[in-house]
Ligand binder design. Structure first.
Ligand SMILES: Nc1ncnc2c1ncn2[C@@H]1O[C@H](COP(=O)(O)OP(=O)(O)OP(=O)(O)O)[C@@H](O)[C@H]1O
Ligand SMILES: [Mg+2]
Length: 320
């Protein structure tokens, strides 16, 4: 976080925004007698971190949210604009980035009775489409607008891509480069979805596949990057507009000391950790380069950055 914070502090880019959400202490943390060392100042968008000596270090972001922030508030202030721009034919990406257990999945998916960014985005998309369709019917347009919404869901585990919606989830998918389309996954399943229930079912199906994909589901969930992509195509006559929304739940970064223990215990676990840190570092480099408006951005570093190339930079809106 520190490196990112330092780089993003000097954020000159309009297209990449960084919001930080601090979750409340968990029951376990309270039981262990831990203290809160993070303060937030929503007015100045600052995070104040107390170190051992009691002095405070300050980090500034585009937005900060404290432990009382609600899912709806995060959605309204962080996600809604990006989802809307995907509806208007642009590309947008929302990432959850952070250490294991910091609340990435909670913020992206949420709980059934407390939905996060993804379910709220699904609702936003189909409500918007229904609204436009109704408006067109009332105006009796001669050339009505048609919408086609598709969803794909993949995970990147150890830099290998798996299609969570495929019949054979375990199969390793190829990442190809196309002159116009850029990097893409060959034969990735794109499910046509017509309403909130259908798209939610796609998410649920992919999640199930993710769980059974490996023996230890806990380790798994924190050790793969998941990219859920919603493609929204709208057409009036021959005019077609396509917007793409990437909802990304990244693998949690881990402290080196933690990974170090894994090194002695389990070589595979260590290799996974190295891959996660490498890909997160590569993503950090790409985002820093974009923020600093550098001419060379190293998208080719790993599959994560390759697959997000057309969803980062350019006229894409990105929020981390
Ligand atoms: N803002 C919050 N309010 C209440 N509970 C939260 C909040 N954020 C996270 N939690 C809880 O903290 C726990 C860890 O969150 P979560 O699973 O989202 O972490 P994660 O960042 O996805 O971790 P990993 O990298 O291991 O996948 C969960 O039990 C979750 O319900
Ligand atoms: Mg998670």
């Amino acid at each position: 976080m520190e490196v990112l914070a330092r780089n993003l502090n000097k954020n000159k880019s309009e297209s990449v925004r960084v919001a930080v959400r601090c979750r409340p202490l968990s029951k376990r943390e309270k039981q262990d007698g831990r203290e809160q060392i993070v303060d937030i100042d929503t007015k100045t968008s600052e995070i104040l971190v107390k170190d051992e000596s009691g002095s405070k270090r300050t980090y500034t972001f585009d937005k900060v949210f404290g432990e009382k922030s609600t899912q709806q508030q995060i959605y309204d202030e962080v996600a809604a604009e990006i989802v809307q721009s995907a509806l208007d034919g642009f590309n947008g990406t929302i990432f959850a980035y952070g250490q294991t257990g910091t609340g990435k999945t909670y913020t992206m998916e949420g709980l059934l009775d407390d939905p996060g960014i993804m379910p709220l985005a699904f609702r936003h998309i189909f409500q918007n489409i229904a609204h436009k369709t109704l408006q067109m019917q009332q105006e009796e347009k001669s050339e009505p607008q048609h919408f086609l919404v598709r969803a794909s869901y993949l995970e990147i585990y150890n830099d290998e891509v798996r299609d969570l919606l495929a019949k054979d989830v375990g199969a390793k998918m190829d990442v190809k480069e196309h002159i116009e389309k850029g990097f893409h996954v060959k034969n990735l399943v794109m499910e046509k979805v017509r309403n909130v229930t259908e798209i939610y079912n796609v998410l649920a199906k992919g999640k199930r596949n993710r769980k059974t994909g490996r023996t230890d589901m806990n380790e798994h969930s924190s050790r793969s990057h998941a990219i859920f992509t919603v493609t929204i195509e709208s057409s009036i006559g021959k005019k077609i507009r396509v917007g793409k929304l990437n909802l990304v739940d990244l693998a949690g970064s881990e402290r080196v000391s933690k990974t170090g223990t894994h090194l002695q215990a389990d070589r595979t676990r260590f290799d996974e950790g190295v891959k996660i840190n490498l890909s997160l570092a590569a993503l950090g480099n790409v985002i820093s380069a974009l923020v600093e408006n550098k001419s060379h951005v190293r998208y080719r570093a790993c599959n994560l950055t390759k697959l997000l190339q057309d969803s980062l930079g350019g006229n894409t809106k990105t929020c981390m």
